[in-house]
Design a protein around this ligand. Structure first.
Ligand code: F0G
Length: 458
């Protein structure tokens, strides 16, 4: 008999989590103004808000914490970290930062000027924020295939090369770089193929435009290349990762994802002038260039995390769990962005809460319903997150309206996934009775989803 699949690790330490009653959750959610970011984490049973900084470190990472060198400058921890980034990504110059958005802030301070155009495959919100804050424009060049959640394709995170070329031609001399995000978080943790990575870099370089890889989930992307792209089956994740970065000019990294640390990030590049330029912004924003907002011990844990999470078994365990949750949703007929992505399942809320008008935010409503049902916290990647058009101030209803259930790395078991799927099924079964959504009572002018206050419509 063939042995079933099981995790490539065992558990050494546990953290209790608390169940609650529906009555309690109704009070807590009302107090949180129907915005799950405002909930106390202790009132959440299974927390799928994000996979960022929420992973469980390994025994080796915890051991590395004890070996941290906390010298202000030139710490041994920095050199260990630098050597690992050079080995895994293949870039010579490395600057640590306290997280991914800090890496964006430091690098973009050097590279982005007012009026610039920066194309990308679905820029993450902070990436877009750092571009727009500098009065430049982010243009999305993701493949249109990503917009159809039911279309089953292996690399839905890909760049639409024709669209990219059009932008490069129309804006010659005004594109400081292109952002290539692997995996593509916003459209569902969908991977980018090696072929598309290479063609994107080639196309950009033809127009003298460098490529910055937003690498938060690069190891998951490498795993999908190994599993789904011809010619990569026998290559190791480390070999594939090196090949992914080989044609790019630099990278920003949120190490809170694929390096499995609770805080950390970096910039890496092959260009000395980028390094010199970014360095001068690192010092005032993040700190001296050998610690960049991190403790020596954090740099050690990050280096260890990068090494172990670019091993096949670790990624197989991770992605197997995401696929397991997806298979449960399949058996209940719940529609999500297909195929399952690397770090999360994105439920197509528009197709679930069909009676809730878009003006009443279906995905946000579904987020509330899932929390009320079982204390599960997911997040909205939809109309609320899309903010308003800066000119017309109208809500942007043009994109997808998704409920994201992001799975922290090495934290929950498949039993937790069973609970999540069952809770969602219960909501799905009573979807016809959910006819009203939420209305905004207060919102911030930018990135409103974190702090928005809502009321429940009856
Ligand atoms: N790039 C991508 C693709 C991301 O998903 C994130 C963060 C960042 C950059 C910023 O990194 O948080 O370390 O500053 N994504 C998290 C999420 C927050 O929940 O998807 P950070």
């Amino acid at each position: 008999m063939e042995l079933p699949f099981a995790e490539s690790w065992k558990i050494k330490m546990i953290e209790p989590i608390k169940k609650s009653t529906r009555q309690e959750r109704e009070v807590w959610l009302k107090e949180a103004h129907y915005n799950v970011f405002q909930l106390k984490a202790e009132n959440v049973y299974i927390d799928l808000l994000t996979d960022s900084g929420t992973g469980a470190m390994s025994d080796r990472q915890w051991a590395e914490l004890m070996l941290g060198d906390e010298s202000y400058a030139g710490a041994a921890s920095f050199y260990k970290f630098q050597a690992m980034v050079q080995k895994i990504l293949g870039f010579e110059y490395v600057i640590p930062t306290h997280q991914g958005r800090a890496a964006e802030n430091v690098l973009f301070s050097y590279l982005v000027k007012e009026g610039n155009i920066i194309p990308g495959n679905a820029h993450f919100d902070t990436t877009k924020g750092h571009i727009e804050a500098r009065k430049a424009k982010a243009i999305d060049v993701t493949t249109p295939d990503a917009r159809d959640t039911q279309k089953e394709l292996p690399f839905k995170g890909n760049v639409d090369l024709e669209h990219l070329e059009k932008i490069l031609i129309e804006n010659r001399g005004n594109v400081p770089f292109m952002v290539l995000t692997v995996t593509n978080n916003t459209v569902g943790g969908q991977p980018v193929s090696m072929k598309n990575i290479k063609e994107t870099c080639e196309l950009c370089h033809k127009y003298n435009v460098p490529v910055v890889m937003d690498s938060a989930r690069f190891a998951e992307n490498a795993y999908f290349i190994k599993e789904r792209e011809e010619g990569y089956k026998d290559k190791s994740i480390k070999e594939i990762a090196l090949e992914m970065f080989a044609n790019a000019d630099g990278a920003t990294m949120s190490a809170k994802k694929d390096a499995i640390v609770n805080m950390g990030g970096f910039i890496a590049t092959r260009h000395k002038d980028w390094y010199e330029g970014a360095k001068s912004f690192c010092i005032p924003f993040e700190g001296y260039i050998t610690y960049g907002g991190l403790n020596g011990r954090d740099l050690n844990a990050l280096a260890q995390g990068l090494d172990e999470n670019t091993e096949y078994d670790m990624l197989q365990t991770r992605i197997h769990q995401v696929a397991y949750l997806a298979s449960k949703l399949d058996s209940y007929g719940i529609p999500y962005q297909r195929p399952a992505g690397g770090h999360a399942i994105f439920v197509d809320a528009d197709k679930v809460l069909t009676h809730v008008p878009k003006e009443e935010f279906p995905a946000q409503t579904l987020t509330c319903e899932l929390y009320l049902e079982a204390g599960i916290r997911a997040c909205e990647i939809g109309y609320m997150l899309a903010d308003r058009d800066p000119v017309t101030r109208e809500n942007r209803f043009g994109g997808l309206d998704l409920l994201r259930m992001a799975i922290p790395r090495r934290v929950y078991t498949d039993n937790h996934m069973d609970v999540v799927a069952a809770a969602l099924k219960n909501v799905y079964d009573r979807r016809e009775s959910i006819t009203r959504g939420v209305a905004i009572e207060w919102e911030a002018p930018l990135m409103r989803h974190f702090t928005v206050q809502l009321k429940r419509l009856k």
